[in-house]
Design a protein around this ligand. Structure first.
Ligand code: SDX
Length: 428
């Protein structure tokens, strides 16, 4: 198998190294392109461009494969809990019992938020979108947890410091998420139960009501656990690439994750789960005419897109969508909810799977198509759906920030092709 590729340009030949990954993915190493041929590549949206080597998550878009550190998403969603998966993504191996207990204890020891941060939250306008609040508060965490400059040289000495930043973030983000949710519902901002598990504590913080006994609902816990695992990482997606490039300037973990939250907010990315539910509700309120909306999605003059469909990498079913679709059924049945929205979603899916416009473009349901149906059943408002996506994605963002720092990756600084005015003089 050749590990070289030849480019002939303006009469000059150039041999490139071909990099092969552990799953036989191939990449052209163009790091010498400018110096040798005075050429750069251009690839809007980086559809064909790898930004790094990574050992965290593997996707196969054609086969619909998703693995975290080699474990299939199906295995993990069925057998693991979210904190185990967070440890696996960040440190590369599933935690031993001792490691798990220490990780949870260290997180619980940091599970408190400065009172002044609570005041910042209470001063946001009620109309502020939860994702904007979460991104701001995550950045504000730096003010209350000043992070010393980590030098890349003695990363070993920083290992302990990096661990402390990681457990702090895993401890405080769920509190911010719960408080943003509770403030919207006019509930007091409280803490959960440090004797409970990580997801159990998150769920209690979000849903407990004053002066009422909080009864843990296993269906809700299992659904939250599964959804958080399914959202935990997805290699170099828009928001993770944002975390890596912000972190590559040696910005702190909190600042890098705050940037990732902002990138996830967009409706083409994590914001799609809220947009899907709004779309399904619009179809329901419009008499359930799915065919009308399918036509709109195919009409190039109509800005409407079938939200929750399509994916940059998956050109087959998003394996997460398959798992969430089954889970949506189970959760609605267990909670005794009959939601016509689920039927509308399944009709849209069936029509799309039989429509050449979608099949030719390989547009299948993605992770966002069914997730909102479960969040709605858990009584989470749709404005909070993308916040729930962010909560799940935090371990992935941490894992990539840590990998990028441990690998001593260079600061990200893409080139461009300039197409503006050529030189002109300023005339007085
Ligand atoms: C996430 O990258 C990740 O891993 C992301 C994510 C993660 O876990 O981090 O998986 C999470 O972001 C999932 C995606 C959520 N977004 C949506 O559901 C929004 C709707 N989908 C799209 O807008 C779109 O499919 C993207 C953004 C997801 C992917 O866009 P691409 O890869 O840039 O593809 P494209 O926009 O160039 O579309 C190719 C063709 C176009 O038609 P033609 O120009 O070829 O005629 O497919 C069409 C598009 O118009 N198309 C759609 C469509 N998605 C693509 N047409 C109708 N409805 C859609 N949803």
């Amino acid at each position: 198998m050749s590990d070289k590729a030849k480019l002939i340009f303006e009469g000059k030949e150039h041999l490139f190294d071909v990099v092969r990954g552990s799953e036989s993915e191939k990449a052209l190493d163009v790091s010498s392109l400018r110096s040798d041929l005075d050429l750069i590549t251009i690839d809007p949206g980086f559809k064909n461009t790898g930004s790094c080597k990574s050992a965290i998550t593997f996707l196969d878009g054609e086969k619909g494969i998703l693995r975290y550190r080699g474990y299939s998403i199906e295995d993990l969603a069925k057998n693991a809990d979210f904190l185990q998966v967070a440890f696996l993504l960040i440190y590369g191996e599933l935690p031993t019992n001792e490691e798990y207990v220490k990780f949870l204890n260290d997180i619980n020891e940091n599970a408190i938020v400065d009172e002044d941060l609570r005041k910042i939250l209470e001063n946001f306008p009620k109309s502020a979108h939860p994702m904007g609040i979460l991104s701001s508060l995550t950045s504000a965490l730096i003010a209350f947890n000043p992070e010393k400059k980590m030098s890349l040289k003695n990363i070993e000495d920083d290992r302990e410091y990096m661990y402390n930043s990681i457990v702090k973030l895993l401890a405080k983000i769920p509190i911010l998420v719960a408080w943003v949710h509770r403030r919207r519902k006019g509930l007091p901002l409280n803490y959960g139960d440090y004797n409970a598990g990580y997801v159990e504590n998150i769920t209690k913080m979000m849903f407990q009501v004053p002066n009422q006994d909080y009864v843990e609902n296993k269906t809700v816990i299992n659904a939250m656990n599964k959804l958080l695992i399914l959202h935990a990482d997805h290699e170099q997606n828009c928001s993770t690439s944002t975390v890596r490039i912000v972190g590559s300037s040696e910005a702190s973990l909190f600042a890098s994750v705050s940037a990732g939250i902002s990138a996830l907010w967009g409706r083409l990315h994590g914001g799609a789960n809220q947009a899907v539910l709004e779309m399904l509700e619009a179809i329901k309120n419009d008499g359930g005419d799915t065919k009308k909306y399918m036509s709109k999605a195919k009409d190039k003059s109509d800005p409407f897109r079938l939200m929750g469909f399509g994916h940059r990498v998956y050109k087959n079913f998003d394996p997460r969508a398959k798992i969430i679709k089954v889970a949506a059924h189970e959760v609605l049945k267990d909670l005794g909810i009959d939601d016509p929205i689920l039927d509308i979603a399944k009709s849209l899916e069936q029509e799309a799977l039989n429509d050449p416009y979608f099949t030719q473009r390989k547009l299948y349901p993605n992770v966002d198509f069914y997730s909102g149906i479960i969040y709605k059943a858990l009584k989470i408002p749709k404005e909070m759906f993308t916040v729930m996506f962010a909560l799940g994605r935090v371990p992935g963002w941490i894992a990539h920030w840590r990998e990028m720092r441990m690998n001593n990756d260079p600061i990200g600084r893409p080139r461009q092709v300039y197409v503006g005015s050529t030189h002109r003089t300023f005339k007085t």
